[in-house]
Design a protein. Structure first.
Length: 172
C-alpha cells in the first residue's frame, strides 16, 4: 500500500486535523507534511455540578466500550481482589465480563454521558486499559475535567498524554 501522505484525499487536502499530540505524531510518522497538520484537541465544555466538591475517593472505575481492544477482560482478570473496580459501559464483552465472577470487579451498566464527570469525581481514579492507539478519547478529558487521576496502560495514547501532563500514572 502507498504511504498515507501519497493518497489522493490527503494530497488534495488543505489541512489534516488531529485530535491529540499522539495522533499528530503518528500522522507525521506516516509522512503527512507538517504544513498540512493541525492539532485541534477534543474538549469537554460542560461543567458538572459536582465540580469542586470533595469526595472520599476509595474505588476505581472504568468507563468505555466493553470490547477486546479496550483491554477490559484482561484488566478484570488481573484486578487485585483487595480493590474495587466499577465498570461502566456496553459492548460485545459485556456478558463475558458479567460472568467472569472476579472479586472486586462490579459491572454497573451504561453511564449516561451527562453523568460521566460527576460520577468520575467520586472515584480514586480512572483505569484506561485500551490497547488501541486512540486519537483523543473523551473519557480522558472527562477525567481531567472532574479532577480524577488516570491510570493508563503503557503504550496507549492516553499513557502518552498522562506522561506529558503528569495527570496520573502508567501500568503495564
Amino acid at each position: 500500500s502507498r504511504p498515507v501522505a501519497k493518497r489522493p484525499l490527503v494530497e488534495h487536502a488543505d489541512a489534516v486535523v488531529t485530535l491529540s499530540t499522539t495522533a499528530f505524531d503518528l500522522a507525521e510518522e506516516f509522512g503527512l507534511p507538517l504544513r498540512k497538520l493541525r492539532l485541534l484537541p477534543n474538549f469537554v465544555v460542560k461543567q458538572d455540578k459536582t465540580a469542586g466538591q470533595v469526595f472520599a475517593r476509595r474505588d476505581w472505575l472504568y468507563v468505555g466500550r466493553l470490547s477486546e481492544d479496550k483491554g477490559i477482560l484482561e484488566l478484570a482478570r488481573h484486578w487485585p481482589t483487595t480493590e474495587i473496580l466499577d465498570v461502566y459501559g456496553d459492548g460485545p464483552e459485556k456478558l463475558r465480563l458479567q460472568t467472569l465472577g472476579r472479586p472486586g470487579v462490579r459491572y454497573r451498566g451504561v453511564l449516561p454521558r451527562d453523568e460521566i464527570q460527576g460520577t468520575m469525581a467520586k472515584y480514586r481514579g480512572l483505569i484506561f486499559s485500551s490497547i488501541n492507539p486512540e486519537p483523543g478519547p473523551l473519557v480522558y478529558l472527562h477525567a481531567l475535567a472532574s479532577g480524577t487521576p488516570i491510570l493508563a496502560k503503557e503504550g496507549s495514547s492516553v499513557a502518552t498524554e498522562v506522561q506529558r501532563s503528569r495527570s496520573g500514572a502508567i501500568f503495564s
